[in-house]
Design a protein around this ligand. Sequence first.
Ligand SMILES: Nc1nc2c(c(=O)[nH]1)N[C@H]1C(S)=C(S)[C@@H](COP(=O)(O)O)O[C@H]1N2
Ligand SMILES: [Mo]
Length: 423
Amino acid sequence: MSDELKSSRRAFLKGGAAATAGIAAAGAAGAAEGPDPLITELQDWASLTGDGVDATPYGLPIEFESDVIRRNVEWLTADTISSINFTPIHALDGTITPQGCAFERHHSGAIELAKEDYRLMINGLVDTPLVFTYADLERFPRENHVYFCECAANTGMEWAGAQLNGAQFTHGMIHNMEYTGVPLRTLLAEAGLPAETAGKWVYVEGADASSNGRSIPMEKALDDVLVAFKANGEALRKEHGYPVRLVVPGWEGNMWVKWLRRVEVMDGPVESREETSKYTDTLEDGTSRKWTWAMDAKSVVTSPSPQAPITHGPGPLVITGLAWSGNGAITRVDVSTDGGMNWTQARLAQPGQKMALSRFYLEIDWDGSEMLLQSRAMDDTGYVQPTKEQLREVRGLNSIYHNNCIQTWWVRETGEAENVEVS
Ligand SMILES: Nc1nc2c(c(=O)[nH]1)N[C@H]1C(S)=C(S)[C@@H](COP(=O)(O)O)O[C@H]1N2
Ligand SMILES: [Mo]
């Protein structure tokens, strides 16, 4: 170890000790005087045997991680029928969302549909209307892709002012999984499309009572839409649409129809509830934007954040977060610690992937003073994530959906963080 490294290591440990004095129950090593019993005493886990391999045929996280769970915002969850919960993004790392804690949104509850009872109809302007069983779908060539699914209402509660205290609540209507499925274009080709597909649409609906019907332009349907039956290698959870859901890369979560039952080829859009009275954005002059399908580039610092405060003293601090774009791949993320006056380029853990989450890190030497922490995403179309002010200039204050503005966390000297707005 070089002298330089040794001294920075000492500085780091000193910082840790200082933090332990300041914050109760931090339990950092190096705090206590004398020998550490965790090192010098024989522990149970080293002298007794652990659980056998059959204890958990299908595993759950260890009890110490029991707070890494989906959460509700009470006033947003009217009942268990029309409900929303949030991914604990403040407590995750990397980019893949485990299905067990991925957010869920249902308009008429999560239904239980067995594979044997599953049918997918393709009808309308096709040569031969077809019905596929689950077993039929398994016989078509499959693809695997990682994509994010973001509800258009994600961050929607923040238009008027900083409101919900935690990245889980402000930005947790998102998950990112590896999907296995059959391209929709393969199934459409099997049914036989009209010679001229330009201007045609598909109308997709689910088997649940809400049906959640949405119109999708044929160009997208033939591009990258997947009829998916696995996520992160295993069957979809019931709540994510078991046994089959639609994956519509980069586009708003509402179009990702769960329990997919029918795809109708049409001459135009249906103008259903979900694409007119909902998931549209009313502007200042009272007119509304519609067909705002792609989720624009966005990012958020997940740690530190209100639910993930800094628990150590000054010195090395890892700032991390997520960035994504429904229009392509993330190319760059900048981080500001002073409310957007100065920016430093963060490190992308991996090169950005199209329509998938990117993880960014910025390692800083924190001087222990307060910060106004922000992140700003850029994608490969050249688009730059706007400030809240810039977004409001264009969109006004009547919107709920499609809020992709820069988020600010006010991090105090104590390490605690709060959702705030800067102007
Ligand atoms: N059939 C059906 N599909 C649906 C919904 C629904 O209620 N019924 N909710 C939609 C909405 S608004 C979103 S944001 C996503 C959420 O997917 P998830 O529950 O897997 O997170 O599913 C969409 N697909
Ligand atoms: Mo949604």
